[in-house]
Design a protein around this ligand. Structure first.
Ligand code: PLP
Length: 389
């Protein structure tokens, strides 16, 4: 195997050199505990607060609206559980979409099983887009939360969050968006989107793993999900991961700074990849829309092949890719996202997500366009089900 082609940036990304450089002092010299009163601890605290201010600025938020978490999963769990607890007097109805990440869907399932919430899942169209009018129609007097993702992790669809935010605001219902795949990749401004809560995760934009944040619009105060020493103004206990916060801030500023040029470069590579796959692989289709998709994400289904078999063959040729989301690719069930866009089970099994990113070169795309048609043809040659049309 000569070289690796990393085409799984939606799963995770490499720590950027700028983020590593920003983190290093907090891992080596300035390792004080930000809760300690002596100067050494307060220097770490200053680093943490500076990171908070810089992250808030990237989102058009205020520093005291940003709470650090262990990642996107915790931020999603906290947003949902926190709102349900805070608004228990008003009701417990939540509107979400059928294509959310499992951090949202499984949290809601668990709460519904305990009788702690009632959930309406709005469907999506064949491109994975939520219709804001369906969200409006699902509103009830006891609705306390709308949770709709900003961009889908499997098929890259960008959702109409600003329109949904306007509906939520008009109805006086809190709006949470899981923006884990959006932040650092497309413009995210909390006021333009009228969101009250927004989840993000450092490792999706070349920051470190194990750090994320939840934006909580003032004056909303969420009850804690995690109890302990009272860090994060008593809202999220646990000794702060200062180096992580500092690294995430550096990575986000870098990603936002190069978003326009990098977005254009990646969209061009992505479109060349999509056109090439669709023209070279018979009975292949794009999942998600042509326009309005994340700049780096190209996702497909191929008739008469299993996504897992494609992944294994691609791995043997040095290609890192995914079928559906990284988190669920261990399971053999077809992706809930692909079923929700109307694909039959047998088609949804043949999925492949290629997510390009900062390291991706034009040569990588050339190689993907050689390797993928060969791999799919090789698997189909062994399949009794395969026929050209
Ligand atoms: N939400 C979305 C849309 C994601 O894609 C992911 C990760 O793949 C998560 C949430 C979970 O984030 P984390 O890995 O930081 O827990």
């Amino acid at each position: 195997m000569s070289r690796i082609i990393y085409a799984d940036h939606a799963a995770t990304t490499a720590l950027s050199p700028a983020a590593l450089e920003a983190m290093t002092p907090y891992l080596t010299q300035q390792y004080g505990n930000p809760s300690s009163l002596y100067r050494f601890g307060q220097q770490a605290k200053a680093g943490l607060e500076d990171a908070r201010t810089r992250i808030a600025a990237c989102l058009g938020a205020e520093a005291d609206e940003v709470y650090f978490t262990s990642g996107g999963t915790e931020a999603d769990n906290w947003a949902i559980r926190g709102v349900l607890e805070a608004q228990a007097k008003k009701g417990n109805h939540v509107i979400t979409s059928a294509i959310e990440h499992h951090a949202v869907l499984h949290t809601l399932d668990a709460l519904a099983r305990q009788g702690l919430c009632q959930v309406t899942q709005v469907g999506v169209d064949a491109q994975g887009r939520v219709n804001p009018e369906e969200v409006r129609a699902a509103l009830r007097p006891d609705t306390v939360l709308i949770s709709i993702m900003a961009a889908n992790n499997e098929i890259g669809t960008i959702e109409p969050v600003a329109e949904i935010g306007a509906i939520a605001r008009q109805a006086g219902v809190l709006f949470h968006t899981d923006a884990v795949q959006a932040v650092g990749h497309i413009p995210v401004q909390v006021n333009d989107w009228k969101v009250d809560l927004l989840s993000l995760s450092g490792h999706k934009f070349h920051g470190p793993r194990g750090i994320g944040a939840l934006y909580v619009r003032k004056p909303l105060r969420l009850p804690p999900l995690i109890f302990g020493g009272g860090q994060e103004k008593g809202r999220r206990s646990g000794t702060e991961y200062v180096a992580g916060a500092v690294g995430m801030a550096a990575a986000l500023q870098e990603a936002v700074g190069q978003m326009e040029t990098e977005g254009r470069r990646l969209s061009a590579l992505r479109d060349r990849l999509i056109d090439g796959i669709l023209s070279q692989v018979p009975r292949s289709s794009l999942t998600g829309p042509r326009e309005n998709r994340l700049p780096g994400t190209a996702s497909f289904v191929f008739a008469c092949v299993e996504g897992e078999s494609i992944l294994l063959r691609l791995d043997s040729r040095g290609v890192c890719a995914s079928s559906g989301s990284a988190c669920s690719s261990a399971s053999l069930d077809p992706s809930h996202v692909l079923l929700s866009i109307g694909l039959p089970h047998e088609v949804a099994h043949g999925s492949l997500r290629l997510s390009l990113g900062r390291e991706t070169t034009a040569e990588d795309v050339d190689d993907l366009l050689t390797i993928i048609p060969e791999v799919v043809a090789g698997l189909r040659a062994m399949s009794p089900l395969w026929c050209e049309n």
